[in-house]
Write a protein that binds this ligand. Structure first.
Ligand code: S3P
Length: 434
């Protein structure tokens, strides 16, 4: 079997034990960027050494930051550029990462040199006009040079930016963060009004690195000054809630399971899946919760029977990355699960409405597709079969978990993309299921 192909079988025993999933992807990108811009040395522990985040780290090296290894795995010291990055010799490759490209575009727009951002085939098809528009209002000059309109490669003519007062058109933390990062270099104070609450890692890390940033109007407005100089500050990154989500759903679904997931990030702008699973009847408990720059704690999951639910519009930005794995829970829950207001899924690493619907139908599940989501009718038993990952890490992992509950064998092709967010997933899967 090619290394790129993975299979799972219906499990005859529960999932047991303890698991540490790797560091948070969103936080790792931001720490690489902010520590790379900061004055001084930042020791980073539990960085996510996945392809996506390593691309962002390499980008910061290309911009003059130094990265020194530390003895502990996934730890290193980043020596920042004191807000004076140097021009990269070559174009910057963001690989598969929309977060990496959009956040770096915010920084590069404000620097006094020209640069170019590119990525893999999937990233070169994803919309960049959502950042080009607000950064353009700040005076930035970004040109989308891709074969698809509004898409990468991005040519950036860096220049001095000015502040804006901007109301977001899409509920996107990537767009918000691109503006906030650009605003660190811009004159005056920039205010961003969010149409819906999105993950707030950038704001929390601004506080950690000492960048003035205030929130008002019920948390919907964020302001930064124009003369920011982030100060290096050691940091440890919690486990990624979105990676832990695969095991949460797996342990809910596989009868007789009891899993303990250690030090999982529990930022309330990321944890809607917990609330949705609780509504569906899941037995999930949090223990040993710690408050830090980001809250985290242990998550204990026991199997239980689930029933369908309807996602609320305001929950969608908070659960956007977990919808593929939630769809697997829905496929095995009693009754219907309604997922609407989620058109953003169509512009992720794959069109996640299309790819989830296609794979669920192949497993014998009744799914109705809408422009902005799907309605899944759960059933007692689903059928293992051969499936595509469509080059999407979360599709690959979600359907490998589905295979643990499906009759026969489930085979996923083109799984290498799992390494973009969760290196070691296949090994942990093997250990838990043997
Ligand atoms: C991310 C934000 C989300 C999410 C992505 C990571 C981030 O995208 O889907 O995986 O780190 O800011 P949008 O903000 O574009 O919805």
């Amino acid at each position: 079997m090619p290394i790129d192909t993975l299979s799972t079988e219906k499990l005859s025993h529960g999932l047991h034990g303890e698991l540490c999933v790797p560091g948070d992807k969103s936080i790792s990108h931001r720490v690489a960027i902010l520590a790379g811009l900061a004055k001084g040395r930042t020791k980073v522990a539990n960085f996510l050494c996945s392809e996506d985040c390593l691309h962002t780290l390499t980008a910061m090296r290309q911009l003059g930051a130094t990265v020194e290894p530390e003895p502990n795995a996934h730890s290193f010291t980043i020596i920042g550029t004191s807000m004076h990055p140097t021009a990269p010799q070559n174009e910057i490759d963001c690989g598969n990462s929309g977060t990496g490209m959009r956040l770096l575009a915010g920084v590069l727009s404000a620097l006094p040199f020209n640069s170019r951002l590119t990525g893999d085939e999937s990233l070169r098809l994803r919309p960049m006009d959502r950042i080009i528009e607000p950064l353009g209002l700040m005076g930035a000059k970004l040109t989308a040079c891709g074969t698809r309109r509004g898409c990468a490669p991005l040519k950036i003519d860096g220049r001095q930016l000015h502040s804006i007062n901007y109301t977001m058109r899409v509920a996107s933390a990537q767009v918000k963060s691109a503006i906030l990062l650009a605003s660190m270099f811009a004159e005056g104070a920039t205010t961003v009004h969010q149409s819906a609450l999105t993950r707030d890692h950038t704001e929390r890390l601004f506080a950690h690195f000492g960048i003035p940033c205030t929130t008002s109007n019920g948390g919907l407005t964020v302001q930064t000054g124009g003369t920011a100089l982030p100060q290096a500050s050691n940091i440890s990154i919690p486990a990624d809630f979105s990676s832990a989500a695969f095991w949460m759903v797996a342990a809910c679904l596989v009868p007789g399971s009891e899993l303990l997931l250690r030090r999982v990030g529990l930022n309330p702008t990321r944890t809607a899946l917990l609330h949705v699973l609780h509504r569906m009847g899941a037995d999930i408990r949090i223990s040993d919760e710690q408050a830090s720059y980001e809250p985290y704690g242990d998550v204990i999951v026991r199997s239980s029977s689930l029933h369908g639910t309807e996602l609320k519009a305001e929950e969608i930005p908070n659960i956007i990355d977990e919808i593929p794995i939630l769809a697997i829970a829905a496929a095995l829950a009693e009754g219907k699960t309604v997922i609407r207001h989620a058109a953003e899924l169509r512009v992720k690493e794959s069109d996640r409405i299309r790819t989830v619907v296609t794979n669920l139908r192949a497993m014998g599940v009744e799914v109705e597709e809408f422009d902005d989501g799907m309605i899944i009718t759960g059933k007692e038993s689903i059928t293992g079969c051969e499936l595509e990952s469509f080059g999407d890490h979360r599709i690959a992992m979600s359907f490998l978990i589905a295979g643990l509950c499906a009759e026969g064998t489930t085979t996923l092709h083109h799984c290498k993309n799992i390494d973009t967010s969760y290196p070691g997933f296949a090994e942990q899967l093997r250990q838990l299921t043997r």
